[in-house]
Design a protein around this ligand. Sequence first.
Ligand SMILES: [Ca+2]
Ligand SMILES: [Ca+2]
Length: 252
Amino acid sequence: MDSEDIYANVPSRDIQDSTGPQTQNHNQDEEKARKHRGSRCVLVLLVILGLICALLLLFITLQHISITAERDLFKTYKNTVEELNHTISSLQHDNTDLETDKQQLEDKYNSLSLEKLELENNITSLSAELMKARSKPGWFFMSTEAMSWSESRQFCRNHGADLVIIKSEEKQRFISSFVKERVWIGLSDIQTEGTMKWVDNSILNNQGFWLKGEPNDQDGIEDCIELISTEPALNNWNDLPCSKNRKGICEK
Ligand SMILES: [Ca+2]
Ligand SMILES: [Ca+2]
């Protein structure tokens, strides 16, 4: 039983009788003050409850924002991981292709190396045969550029040969068959006009393979003999000035 009930159970007449009018007013003031304090307490409690609710709402909102952000971050992370996995897979595929290409290139390189070795062996073999052939008599070659008869002869000598000597129809046909221009041969009458001599000092003792009307020693200055391949094979010699420029046919 609280104090209000106690006061309520006391007969108002007795109170009035024992305390008088002043006491009664005092009690009424106290009761008003008590009610006023109670109202304030309730108000304070309501304010506190409101603040708690507001804080709870703020906390829930912040939690929601935090969870949403973490979920978005997780999604981003997941996408990044998937992209990385895709990239790794692609790179592995590319690496496999590159390994295949590398293996093919290595095989090709090995094959080419073998071919190169075979070609080098062939070149060595052919070079040996060439040297062997060149060491034998009857090897023919042409000077590299047109020069006077003496210069052409010197070119041949510098290469261990001399201007060609033609003493048979067979050789005349052979030389005429591969020469494509006007060339010096190893015949002249430089020493004695009218006496044709080969470069080995042997005298031309047959009629030779002269162009019709040659040798004519035109103007008295034609002492060296050329072979004109465009003329018939057995009639293509001509005497002309030794200073004229022709390539020479050398024979080793
Ligand atoms: Ca002459
Ligand atoms: Ca002539």
